[in-house]
Write a protein that binds this ligand. Structure first.
Ligand code: AMP
Ligand code: MG
Length: 413
């Protein structure tokens, strides 16, 4: 048995970032940029109005008040998307809409709320009363105030956010270069398994692990490929495991323990290479890691929670590294244990828990349900894994413990 940290190091030592790929800008959401993004335009591309109102010369409005408004002649009406037809001279104003280009001669916008149109329709030919003085530059959005031509807007290594997608669209980037998502093959093993659409016969259960794993792969930003169920014999298992080289990563569940029909390790050693077999943890001590061809292979245990915890600790950081992320591990919260917990001293425990923050800002954590690794309900209710270190066997209520936050992404403070 090797300690958890050593197993994680051994796994990650072999994982490399995948090649960059050009993808449609929307598909880049959540991905790591592989190249800097340089703008070839100014954003905003021209000086424009930040308000619906009147474009005018600030000097004309000196001393204006509601009681003694300044009256200006309206010379133009500029809609968003249109170009001004008139220059604004002294004593003049142009009706202007938000986003419309500021006309020559004008140096300020007055909001329509601070004006009174004197010809009922407020358009060209009438006059407008300005009820308060404007300062130069009021409500004018300047060309290039967001992005300047030639500027590096986003750098390689940054994660594309929804705002980033919008920014890329504003720059006209239809495609962008990111580190691609790994294709992850998922194999379930077990004579007892039937597909979820089937009614399990005597002694049979539905294959739930392929689904929880596919969901975890997707949540981690990988692309899941469910290859199906291998029966508990070498030929069947070999047939599916030998497809590993077609994928960036392969996960299997079940068949790695001490059972008479646990053949995954034998097959791995036959068609690939095994790095380690047992990790000093619960749930999920028996699990195997290695390579088939050059594809990393994770033989996770079969119990539904064990397989998910194994994914969380070993596969998820690997997928993130492949995707170009540098932060690979979930945030952790220190919390006060809400109940006594006993464990075996030679293993690290990852108990399913719910951590909450009280109004004073103190975090406490309690178990989210029965801790059998065969049960999924406590895992479903959990927002953290309570990490209880090797060495001790009793953790009393009130002890401070470390919670791995399943509800938070890397980089969240
Ligand atoms: P194993 O590791 O193959 O000995 O399986 C351990 C336990 O997990 C057994 O009770 C299996 O029936 C169960 N199990 C294995 N694979 C799956 C699966 N894909 N979906 C649901 N349960 C499974
Ligand atoms: Mg089995």
């Amino acid at each position: 048995m090797i300690p958890v940290e050593q197993a994680q190091e051994q796994v990650l030592a072999r994982i490399r970032r995948l090649d960059p790929k050009r993808v449609l800008t929307l598909e880049a959401l959540g991905c790591v940029l592989a190249a800097d993004i340089t703008s070839d335009i100014d954003v905003a591309p021209f000086d424009n109005s930040a308000m619906d109102g009147y474009a005018l010369r600030a000097a004309d409005t000196l001393g204006a008040s509601e009681d003694a408004p300044v009256v200006l002649r309206v010379v133009d009406h500029i809609a968003a998307g249109a170009m001004p037809r008139a220059t604004v001279g002294p004593g003049e104003a142009s009706r202007i809409m938000t986003g419309a280009p500021v006309p020559r001669g004008a140096d300020a916008i007055v909001m329509v709320e601070n004006t009174t149109s004197l010809d009922m329709n407020g358009s060209t030919g009438g006059t407008v009363a300005i009820g308060r003085p404007a300062r130069m530059g009021d409500h004018i959005r300047l060309r290039g105030e967001d992005v300047r031509v030639g500027e590096i807007v986003m750098s390689a290594g940054e994660i594309v956010t929804p705002a980033g997608v919008g920014l890329l669209a504003a720059l006209g980037a239809i495609e962008v270069e990111v580190y691609r998502r790994p294709n992850v093959a998922i194999v379930s093993t077990g004579d007892e398994l039937v597909d979820i659409a089937s009614e399990p016969g005597p002694g049979k259960i539905r294959n739930s692990n392929s689904w929880s794993l596919a969901a975890q792969v997707e949540a981690a930003g990988g692309i899941p490929h469910m290859l199906g169920i291998a029966l508990d014999n070498a030929a069947d298992t070999r047939a599916l495991l030998s497809r590993a080289p077609d994928y960036d990563l392969m996960i299997s569940t079940g068949g790695v323990s001490m059972g008479d029909y646990d053949v995954v390790r034998d097959v791995l050693e036959e068609i690939g290479q095994m790095d380690f077999w047992k990790v000093a943890m619960r749930p999920g001590a028996p699990q195997t890691y290695g390579t088939i061809g050059s594809t990393p292979f994770f033989g996770l245990p079969g119990n539904p929670t064990s397989t998910m915890v194994g994914f969380e600790l070993f596969v998820r950081p690997s997928i993130r590294r492949m995707r170009g992320f540098t932060e690979l591990f979930r945030p952790r919260t220190q919390a006060i244990l809400g109940e006594d917990v006993r464990k075996k001293s030679d293993r690290r425990y990852f108990m399913r828990g719910r951590v909450v923050r009280d109004s004073a800002g103190v975090y406490s954590v309690s178990l989210s349900g029965a801790q059998s690794s065969a049960m999924l309900t406590a895992m479903h209710r959990a927002n953290c894994l309570i990490s209880l270190p090797e060495g001790d066997s009793v953790f009393a209520k009130g002890t401070e413990v470390t919670c791995i936050r399943l509800d938070m992404e890397e980089g969240t403070p």
